[in-house]
Write a protein that binds this ligand. Structure first.
Ligand code: SAH
Ligand code: SF4
Ligand code: F3S
Length: 456
């Protein structure tokens, strides 16, 4: 009989990818995923530690899982609760002492060891594994993955050696590591065979990619993208998240040369002030960022730009904040994420003086977001009346609706039959919102084209 597996995922795309991989490993043990924790035999929270709020949510969710576990135990059945991901890595001990009913705590680099860990937990042991094993999980996870659908994500790089002073990632994910080229190409081929038309290459620092190539050479991200572009059936390539320091000439050139590489770049800047950038240990100046953007635009004039910003980092003055606002005005973003600085235990930022009061952070975030949202709305507005290819990778909230992505990463909603899910079709944009656009498919293809052809 199959066992039920519940996984809840927080955080970045890498966690989404990891959850998929955990489900793959566990399916070999007879676990089938269910959308609800009720009645599940194994419940996994795949957690994020990036900001304090993300961490708090884990503990409130654990309380709910405990109820489900107890309900099962009352029926004489067993249920296991596991905490995975970056909170497990950073605060494994705290979880174990605060939540006695948690059976397993394991970090992001241990997922290939799941079968053994589950066996131990089922035998009654409390399992803790926050190691960074020498062998890579990628070499040991099952290759027969469940199909991800028309838009797939593929982790090619993990970890980070940059140590920005606000960030937990170098501690929770460990040192930077690139998967070998052939392993990436094989996984991409399986994704395409499983129906993927778009692949997003993932990494905490994806443009630092330096994978071992088949002939002993080291490949950079641009070369990997170039090779993937030769793959029949794959129509769109994206990558995220990048660091300005690793935006090399090859990658910039690829934006002009590789037609399948989509015209969208997510390049976090964090602050427009050189003083704050230095406190953050970002290793570049605001002018370097502007220079990169100018060069990318030269290679691909229609590139859509996206970024991450943090307001209220320790020591940030009104003048520093103004410089952030100025650079946002100068660049013009198609999309953006912005956050209030959240001190993370163990990072250098948490020990810095010049703490910015919460009310000031609120006001700065408000001002910055108003500007970024207006830019996004304006960017979408400029698409109204245009026709563009959209990959339908999601079902809409109502039946008869589909959701997709433009080349520039805008969300596009249409009324369309379900059978068009997974297709790339031309859409004329009619309405723009801050967060997306509404349009009409130019030509709805026949429901059974091969039959039509035979008749003709
Ligand atoms: N690797 C990426 C980003 C990783 S985290 C990069 O190098 O930019 C995603 C975003 O979360 C970051 O870009 C940053 O804007 C935000 N972030 C990270 N740590 C944070 C903290 N302590 N407080 C607030 N925001 C944070
Ligand atoms: Fe964190 Fe900086 Fe590394 Fe990005 S580059 S993951 S922000 S330490
Ligand atoms: Fe969060 Fe870990 Fe990703 S802290 S953002 S899940 S790398």
């Amino acid at each position: 009989m199959s066992k039920k597996l519940y996984i809840k995922t927080w955080g970045c795309q890498m966690n989404v990818y990891d959850s998929q991989k955990m489900a793959d490993v566990l399916s070999t043990l007879g676990y089938e995923q269910t959308p609800e924790p009720e009645g599940a035999d194994l419940m996994i929270l795949n957690t994020c530690h990036i900001r304090e709020k993300a961490t708090e949510k884990v503990f409130s969710d654990l309380g709910r899982l405990r109820d489900h576990k107890e309900a099962k135990e009352e029926k004489g059945e067993k249920a296991l609760i596991a905490v995975a991901g970056c909170v497990a890595q950073a605060e494994g001990d705290v979880i174990l002492s605060r939540a006695k009913y948690v059976d397993m705590v394991f970090g992001p680099q241990t997922y290939h060891l799941l079968p053994e860990m589950i066996l131990n937990a089922a035998g009654g042991a409390r399992v803790v594994n926050t190691d960074f094993p020498v062998e890579s999980k990628f070499d040991h996870l099952p290759v027969e993955a469940q199909a991800q659908g028309p838009s797939a994500m593929l982790s090619v790089q993990e970890g980070c050696d940059k140590f920005c002073t606000f960030c937990v990632v170098p501690y929770t994910r460990g040192a930077e590591f690139s998967r070998p080229v052939q392993q990436v190409l094989d996984e991409a081929q399986r994704m395409v065979d499983g129906g993927a038309k778009e692949i997003t290459l993932l990494g905490q620092n994806v443009n630092a990619y330096h994978g071992d190539g088949p002939n002993g050479e080291t490949w950079d991200l641009a070369r990997l993208i170039g090779k993937l572009a030769d793959m029949n059936g794959l129509q769109r390539i994206r990558y995220m998240t990048s660091h300005p320091k690793d935006m090399n000439d090859n990658l910039i050139a690829a934006h002009g040369e590789v037609a399948k590489l989509m015209p969208f770049l997510h390049l976090p800047l964090q602050s427009g002030s050189d003083r704050v950038l230095e406190l953050m240990n970002r290793k570049h100046k605001a002018s370097d960022y502007l220079d990169i953007i100018a060069r990318v635009k030269k290679a691909r004039p229609d590139i859509a730009l996206s970024s991450d910003f943090i307001v209220g980092f320790p020591g940030e003055t009104d003048e520093d904040h103004k410089q952030t606002i100025d650079i946002v005005q100068q660049v013009g973003f198609a999309a953006c994420y912005s956050f209030k600085y959240s001190p993370r235990p163990g990072t250098p930022g948490a020990a810095m003086g010049g703490i910015v009061p919460e009310s000031v952070k609120d006001a700065r975030l408000h001002e910055l977001q108003a500007l970024l949202f207006a830019q996004q709305h304006e960017y979408n507005r400029r698409s109204v009346g245009k026709t563009m290819p959209v990959l339908f990778d999601r079902r809409g909230e109502k039946t008869g609706q589909l959701q997709g992505k433009s080349p520039w990463m805008q969300s596009v909603y249409v009324n369309a039959p379900e059978r068009l899910f997974g297709e790339i079709l031309d859409v004329t944009v009619e309405k723009a919102f801050q967060n997306g656009m509404y349009g009409t498919i130019v030509t709805i293809p026949d429901s059974n084209p091969s039959e039509k052809r035979e008749a003709a």
